[in-house]
Structure formats: C-alpha cells, structure tokens
Design a protein around this ligand. Structure first.
Ligand code: FES
Length: 513
C-alpha cells in the first residue's frame, strides 16, 4: 500500500492495483490543500492502475482535473451503489468507460482472486448524498479503507474475517465551530468538545474492527490562504478541530493504541498476515515536528494557484437575487420535509467586492420565496462574499455544502439548535437531489423504531433518531442525558427531546420500581 496523501492510497496486489481517491488540486474555493503536499509524487506512474475507486463526490476525494490528466482511462471504476448517477456521470465525462457497478455490502470477485466489497451510505447527510468504504481481500490479506464514511457499525466487514489494515478518518472536515460568530472562549470550548468527540468515535471504530494495523487517513487538509491560515493546527489551540496524524499517534497511545501507522505521500507498507513493514520518504516524526515550516513553504509555492482561483470567481453581470429566485423557488415549492425541517427564513448577507456594501437575501422556507431581507427575525444567517455566490450560480452548483460551506469562507449565526435540514436543503439544489432527499425523509418519518436497549434504569429505542446508530454500542448515558457517539448528538431522556438539533425525538422510559 502506497500513501498518496489525504484519503488517497494505492493498493497493489498480485491480482491488480487499485487507486483510491487521488486528490491533489485545491478544493472548495482554493481553501483546502492536501497536507503533506503530494503534488511531487510520480502521478504518471501511480495513475497506471487496473482499478479506480472514488469513494464519493466531495472535492477532496473527487479531483476531476487530476483524474482527467493522470489516471488511466483503461482502469475499471469500482462504483459504489448510490441512489443518484452523479458520480458515474462525472467519471464518464472524464473519459472512464469501464465500470463495475457494485452492490452495497456484497463481495465481488475480480480476476486473479481479488475480492472487493463497497458499503454505500446513502442518507442525505452522508457526504454529498453518499459516502462509502472499500473492503479488499487478496490471498487472505484484508484491508478496510473506511475513508471518512460513518457506518453505524463495522460488523458487515468484521464478519468477512480478520482485517489486517484499517484506514479511517480521525480529524475534522467541517466548518463547525470556527465560522460561527461566537465569543472566542465559546468557540474554543465547542471546538475542544468536537475534537474529543472525533477521537472518541475513531477509538470506537478501531475497537469494533480490531484490525492488526490502523492507518489515520482522510485529513486534515491544510489552509494556505491568509484568510484561513488560522485553521491550521499549529497554534497549540486545544479547540482546533484539525489535529494531524502525529497528534493521532499521541492520543492513540494514551488509550493504549500501539498499532498506528502514519503514511506520508510516498510511504509504502508491505502488508502480510502477520506484519506491516513501512518505509517512508523522510522521517515521519521530524516531518511533523517541522510542520509549520512545511506549511510556510507550501503557502509560498501555492500562492499563485490561490490567486488564479480567486480571479475566476467574479461574475458582476449576474443578478444574484433574480437567479436565486429562479433556481430555488421551484425547489421550495416541492419541498415538504426539508422546508418543514428548516421551519423559518434563512438569510444570506453578501458582501460586495469592495467589502463595503452588503446585500441581504432571504430564503423564506415557510413563505416558499427568495426575496430581499425585510428586517425580520431569521433562524440562520450566513455572511459571505458576493463573488462566491456569483460563481456558484455561474457553474450551476447543485451542492453548496460541497462548495461554499466546506470552503469555510463564510461566517454564520443561528438562533437555537443546529438544524441539519438547512444544510441538507442547500446540498440539494437540483431536482434529482431534492426528490431523493424528500423521499428519504418520507420513508424515515414513517419508520417505527420498535427495538429497545437498556441503560441502567432507562429503556431507550435502540436506533439513534439521527442516523440510526446502534445505541447499545454508541450510546452513553450521563445523568438524564444520552449521547450518541457517532456524531455526538445529545438527548434529554425524561422529555425525549433532542438537545442538538430540532426534531429527532427519542423514545425513552424509566423503570418506576
Ligand atoms: S447517528 Fe448521528 S448522532 Fe446518532
């Protein structure tokens, strides 16, 4: 297995090679770059593979420019079973013609005895509607590239036999809490909670699978634009949600972990049933000890790339309010669950090129309208540069999470709890996506949660009201509050109320005798 940066790796076996999620070019309005820098790898050679696996469409996993240029179009794509055809369509557009359309959770046997299984997660909150993990077996050696997917548990993989290498995410990949307009101390406290929760979830997965070796992958990215530089974890801030692989190793050791292996771009692990021999292009500890120097060098190297990206955003000819009306109002009209879930107006403050004037636009979910802000109370407010929205309109972007929000180039304020429907809606700015999400919620609203689990005196529904995690494994109860460790949502057991987001009531009863 060769580390190729971020969530990317190349797996070579006697029966063929698989390249996973190659990402080199900056993503999300030039906010995210792979760290350590992987642009110097011999991609011409790495791209000559038998199979390509793109786990999902997030831009730090699906790098269209790189795939077009460097990956052999003779490669067979191992395609996750997603409800929409967008991933396949995009790959076909890039010139790939050979596809193995896998069935989720089914083992597929390829030439030479290579076996693969892809588990596709398909809720509207999984990745950009879809995230997946790849399991590979050859000659009795098993690898799970869990990627940044969050399955409710790993039993489907564990049942296929002992796994020798488990690759999984451990760091943050979100805008929370950094972009929120909160006092610094509150932001730090929320960030620390989030950082702890990320590690707890990682330990839980590692413990579930009990693989021989664990590889921390899929982040963190680095931020090279001056406006975002503070998000890099180089300031000793315990509220930073982007700890790196060296921090992973330290934290893992604290919970008794001794089998972690960090792959730098270009590191190679030879995996056998009872060993993992790894060679690195440079000393790993020394590399991370000098992280700041490496980042500073990258910042200089990549400055022209950022400048070129920035120069492409402006489209002053676009009437932003008019275009948003045209695109979003028909979707509001069709939306039942998402619109009800958002439940109020959402305001966008667009800052002009000169940074002086601001245009306020409201997406009014109950009123099914996009209009100028009318001095009303709003549930969510976002503030961003007008040119970013112009660019989204120009490229007809159907997923603002996979573009604007992940860029972290905005600030946000909200009244009350986190509302997943706000982001689910802005992820679904196309007919196909919206219909899918509406259908998914429709089905889930109707699902009766019949199975129970017990915590001391409390009998609680077994599946988490958020995304169905098994609470007998992921739940912990402290006092009267249950926390589901998969995404850290909290529930007040006496009332059943979700303390993290609107809706999502839990069924719970206390023994009376
Ligand atoms: S499944 Fe997401 S918090 Fe429980």
């Amino acid at each position: 297995m060769t580390g190729t940066g971020h969530a990317s790796m190349r797996i070579d076996t006697a029966a063929g090679s698989i390249l996973c999620d190659p990402w080199v070019n900056p993503a999300y309005f030039a906010s995210w770059f792979p760290f350590p820098d992987n642009s110097q790898l011999d991609w011409e050679t790495l791209g000559q593979v038998d199979y390509l696996y793109v786990s999902h469409l997030h831009r730090d996993h699906f790098d269209a420019e790189h795939l077009r240029r460097f990956v052999s179009k003779k490669a067979t794509v191992l395609l996750p079973e997603y409800p929409t055809s967008q991933l396949e369509d995009e790959l076909r557009d890039l010139g790939f013609t050979s596809f193995l359309k896998t069935k989720s959770n089914e083992v597929h046997e390829l030439d030479g005895g290579l076996k693969v299984m892809i588990q596709a997660l398909i809720s509207p909150t999984d990745g950009p509607i879809g995230d997946s993990s790849l399991w590979v077996e050859h000659d009795g050696i098993r690898v799970l590239n869990q990627n940044d997917a969050r399955p409710t548990d790993l039993s489907t993989f564990a049942e296929l036999g002992h796994v020798h290498a488990h690759m999984l995410q451990f760091s943050g990949a979100i805008w929370y809490p950094m972009v929120y307009e909160l006092p610094e101390s509150a932001k730090r406290a929320f960030g620390k909670q989030k950082r702890d929760r990320q590690f707890d979830r990682t330990w839980r997965y590692i413990d579930d699978l009990k693989a021989s070796h664990v590889f921390p992958i899929a982040g963190p990215p680095c931020f090279l634009d001056d406006e975002l530089w503070q998000f890099n974890d180089i300031f000793g801030d315990e509220g930073n949600i982007f700890p790196d692989q060296a921090v992973f190793q330290r934290e893992y050791a604290k919970v008794g972990g001794t089998n972690g292996i960090v792959l730098l771009p270009g590191s190679v692990t030879e995996l056998t049933a009872d060993s993992a021999q790894t060679s690195h292009p440079t000393d790993v500890d020394e590399f991370f000890a000098n992280k700041q120097v490496h980042l500073e060098e990258m910042r200089v190297r990549k400055a022209p790339v950022i400048a070129a990206e920035k120069a492409s955003w402006r489209h002053p000819e676009i009437d932003v309010l008019g275009e948003l009306k045209k695109r979003i109002e028909p979707l509001l009209e069709e939306s039942i669950y998402l619109a009800k879930g958002v439940g109020g107006p959402v305001r966008f403050d667009l800052v002009s090129y000169d940074g002086e004037s601001v245009e306020s636009i409201v997406v009014d979910f109950p009123g099914k309208q996009v209009r100028a802000y009318a001095d009303e109370k709003v549930r969510y407010r976002f503030r961003t540069q007008r040119e970013l929205i112009e660019h989204l309109i120009f490229i007809d972007e159907g997923d603002w999470v996979n573009s604007l929000f992940l860029s972290c180039r905005f600030s946000a304020a909200r009244i009350g709890q986190y509302n997943e429907f706000v982001y689910a809606f802005f992820k679904c700015l196309s007919e196909e996506r919206l219909q899918y999400a509406e259908g998914w919620y429709d089905e889930h609203e109707k699902t009766v949660e019949a199975e129970d689990t017990v915590f001391g005196d409390w009998t609680v529904q077994r599946r988490c009201p958020h995304l169905k995690a098994d609470l007998s494994r992921f739940g912990i109860v402290e006092g009267d509050v249950l926390t589901c460790q998969l995404h850290g949502w909290k529930f007040d057991l006496p009332s059943g109320r979700c303390l993290t987001s609107v809706g999502h009531k839990i069924r719970a009863a206390k023994k009376t005798s």
